[in-house]
Design a protein around this ligand. Structure first.
Ligand SMILES: *[C@@H]1O[C@H](CO)[C@@H](O)[C@H](O)[C@H]1NC(C)=O
Ligand SMILES: *[C@@H]1O[C@H](CO)[C@@H](O)[C@H](O)[C@H]1NC(C)=O
Length: 426
């Protein structure tokens, strides 16, 4: 913890102490509640287990914090407490909280101090709108000031998730803070224009260590959606393969484990994290001959994560077969199969009154609970401070409506999502 404290602005201690004074209702009183979250978690075969050996499955949602402001979204519309309360009202027990490596790069560039909300909003939205939106954030979240830092906002989000007993899963979504993902955004693969490997390792390490002060932080994803650098054929040719994947994942996992040995470590696969087949099937990590070996990684800490956006699929068996072949086979095991816990950390669709009744959404709503596989739906956000050059971007796939005041598709929430959570956690 020492090197971490040296990097933090002193203001962090003030806020942290204030949160601790008021924020730990479970430290006294009933011992079963005091135990939550009962970590650190470990893996055993296909299961995640808490410190008393009980299995743990995540049923949750993605809360983006990796956009241009690098501040968790939605705070100009609602307080952190209200947003977390809405997640809780679904019965969910986990949040995949995304961050950009750029945030940590800026902390280092700024002498070890994170930048203020004022600077972050003005940098991302311009002077006029940045100032106005920050004013809205402060009105909804009066504990913050213009000079609160982004990391202190992450701290407050993590603290509130802890208070409401929701596990925090950190996800390194991008290096350069921007909407993800395309094949040409420079964030595709280690060595791409915006994706510096050393900065990535440093950023993972920093957040893993910083997260020691978040009691609900149980796990971290090393990198969201690795993919082919489509405008960099030399990088594709030299590095976009399973052999390099393995070496980068080992590097990232070692850095996280050294910084914070308590965390579970999530590995995502190639092609926008849609496939982990050679890892699960134990076949060659091409172009080399090596195979995946558990002993190359921290023991009992690895979880696999996949994404699927096959919204046009026309049969549930096709979707299930694809997921099985791409990695869910790990949950069944069998001769030669490497067994891990597997999670679907992204899937999502248009939040209207109809789409959730279609094949894709209804198939996942039954398949994932039946597999007892964890999941986090994309996405909580009803809007973004800014996305793809458009400020106050409306997220039509958001669980929440534009101003984060209610559900965008109440029929989905009541007709399917709450039951999916219940069936996963029962
Ligand atoms: C600033 O905010 C206003 C109101 O939401 C919007 O119309 C305008 O496009 C924003 N400016 C920029 C540069 O995006
Ligand atoms: C928020 O959005 C909802 C649904 O779009 C709308 O009915 C409501 O009036 C909005 N509230 C505010 C304060 O803008």
């Amino acid at each position: 913890m020492k090197p971490l404290f040296a990097l933090l602005p002193s203001a962090t201690f003030g806020l942290g102490a204030a949160l601790q004074d008021t924020g730990r209702p479970y430290d006294t009183g009933m011992s079963s509640r005091a135990a939550w979250p009962n970590g650190p978690f470990v893996t055993s075969g296909r299961w995640i287990r808490d410190a008393s050996g009980q299995t743990v499955t995540y049923a949750g949602t993605n809360w983006p914090g990796h956009g241009e402001t690098m501040v968790p979204e939605g705070l100009q519309y609602q307080s952190i407490e209200t947003i977390v309360g809405m997640i809780k009202s679904l019965g969910m027990n986990a949040v995949r909280l995304t961050f950009a490596i750029q945030m940590i790069d800026e902390i280092y560039a700024n002498g070890g101090n994170d930048i203020t909300l004022e600077r972050a909003f003005v940098q991302a939205l311009g002077q006029t709108n940045g100032t106005r939106v920050l004013g809205q954030v402060l009105a909804k979240n009066p504990r913050f000031t213009r000079s609160t830092t982004r990391l202190e906002v992450f701290d407050a989000v993590a603290e509130e998730l802890y208070k409401q007993q929701i596990y925090v899963h950190l996800d390194n979504h991008v290096s350069k803070a921007q909407w993800c993902c395309s094949g040409t955004d420079g964030d595709t693969w280690w060595g791409d224009r915006n994706f510096n490997t050393a900065n990535w390792v440093r950023g993972l390490s920093y957040m893993a260590k910083h997260g020691k002060s978040w009691p609900a932080l149980m796990s971290i994803g090393l990198r969201n959606e690795p993919r082919e650098p489509q405008n960099n054929p030399a990088l594709t040719w030299s590095s976009y393969n399973w052999q390099s994947w393995s070496s980068f994942m080992r590097q990232g996992a070692a850095a996280v484990n050294q910084a914070n040995p308590d965390l579970l470590i999530f590995l995502s696969g190639l092609n926008y994290d849609t496939t982990l087949t050679p890892v699960v099937q134990g076949t060659a990590l091409t172009p080399g001959n090596g195979r995946f070996r558990f002993e190359d990684f921290p023991a009992n800490k690895l979880v696999l994560e996949l994404h699927t956006y096959e919204g046009g699929v026309n049969s549930c068996s096709t979707l299930q077969n694809n997921l099985y072949r791409n990695g869910f086979q790990t949950l069944q095991g069998g001769p030669g199969i490497n067994v891990f816990p597997m999670m679907l950390t992204e899937f999502g669709f248009l939040m209207d009154d109809r789409t959730w009744r279609g094949v894709y959404a209804s198939c996942l709503a039954s398949y994932l609970p039946a597999q007892k596989a964890g999941w986090t739906i994309w996405v909580l956000a009803g809007s973004y401070y800014t996305r793809q050059g458009i400020q106050d971007f409306d997220e039509t796939w958001g669980l929440l409506n534009h101003n984060w005041s209610g559900w965008r598709s109440p029929s989905y929430i009541e007709g399917a999502l709450k039951a999916m959570v219940r069936n996963t956690l029962s």
